[in-house]
Design a protein around this ligand. Structure first.
Ligand code: SF4
Length: 282
């Protein structure tokens, strides 16, 4: 997980991470420990239907772009979605079928707004970059070229309406823009959230300064997390990883192992996130 990088005469560990790992550290240190450090990892709760929905839609849209140009039709998007439908987490087959129908309408409606000839630079594209502190990598839903610039596109299937602030403040999208720009040697400042339930596109145009601020923030978080990782290896398994109880605990995969989280927020059924606007992924 770590590479050695000499810095200022001292051996230094390069913190290897995804944006998701950094966000988990910021959200809840106990969940970070459960997710990334405890091995074997604690058993998770049952699958969430909203997560299944998000994964099904993401997979179908990626597969749609891999089809030859003449097969990139709205109908094909529905066919691909139905063929790869993940039914885990739904109440029963009837609920799953109803959501499949909704999701087919959603992806067909979305791709009907796209130009199938406008080939993306990347689909599910893995990008990575490093600084003296972190090596960060992640997978971009779609990377477009518009004029002389790249644009990071992230699909959202949760029902909650999005705002430009969601795009502006996203650490993941900013890091993807930086990594894509460096790897492809092409400027990349714009990040977009494509909200499939409404067809709305929420965008933010970063500056070099705002991207640098995000990267600096990522490095700060990485230094904190790396120090805690080191403590974990020395046997400090509790104090460095306190819980952060709050409403999000209802959706935590590890709440069964966390009394504070269970006390802070009610249990949810695996399909409850479909109707509450729970976001599919970060
Ligand atoms: S239930 Fe809440 S406090 Fe506990 S690990 Fe999960 S997010 Fe953290």
């Amino acid at each position: 997980m770590y590479d050695q990088l000499p810095l200022e005469g001292m051996p230094r560990r390069l913190y290897s991470c995804t944006p998701s790992r950094l966000n988990t550290w910021l959200d809840c240190r106990r969940r970070y420990r459960f997710t990334y450090l405890d091995r074997p990892a604690p058993q998770k709760g049952p699958a969430w239907a909203h997560t299944s929905l998000g994964a099904s839609v993401h997979n179908a849209l990626a597969a749609w772009w891999r089809e030859p140009y003449e097969r990139r039709t709205p109908h094909m998007a529905s066919v691909l979605l139905a063929g790869g439908w993940i039914a885990e987490g739904y109440r029963d087959a009837e609920q799953s079928a109803a959501w499949l129908k909704r999701a087919c309408d959603m992806v067909a409606g979305y791709v009907s707004t796209l130009d199938p000839a406008d080939e993306p630079v990347g689909v599910e594209r893995v990008v990575a970059t490093r600084t003296p502190v972190i090596a960060v990598s992640g997978r971009i839903d779609r990377l477009d070229r518009r004029g002389d610039e790249l644009v990071v596109v992230d699909y959202k299937t949760g029902r909650r309406a999005l705002t430009p602030d969601d795009a502006r403040s996203s650490l993941a999208l900013a890091l993807y823009a930086i990594a894509a720009s460096r790897m492809l040697r092409t400027p990349c400042h714009k990040v977009e959230l494509h909200h499939l339930p409404t067809g709305e596109i929420v965008e933010w145009e970063h500056t070099d300064e705002s991207l640098a601020r995000h990267l600096g923030r990522a490095e700060e978080v990485a230094l904190e997390a790396a120090e805690a990782d080191e403590g974990y290896r020395k046997g400090e398994h509790e104090a460095l990883f306190p819980p952060n109880p709050g409403p999000m605990c209802s959706w935590c995969d590890f709440r069964r192992h966390c009394p504070e989280g269970r006390a802070a927020a009610p249990d949810k059924r695996p399909w409850d996130g479909l109707d509450t606007g729970q976001l599919d992924t970060d």
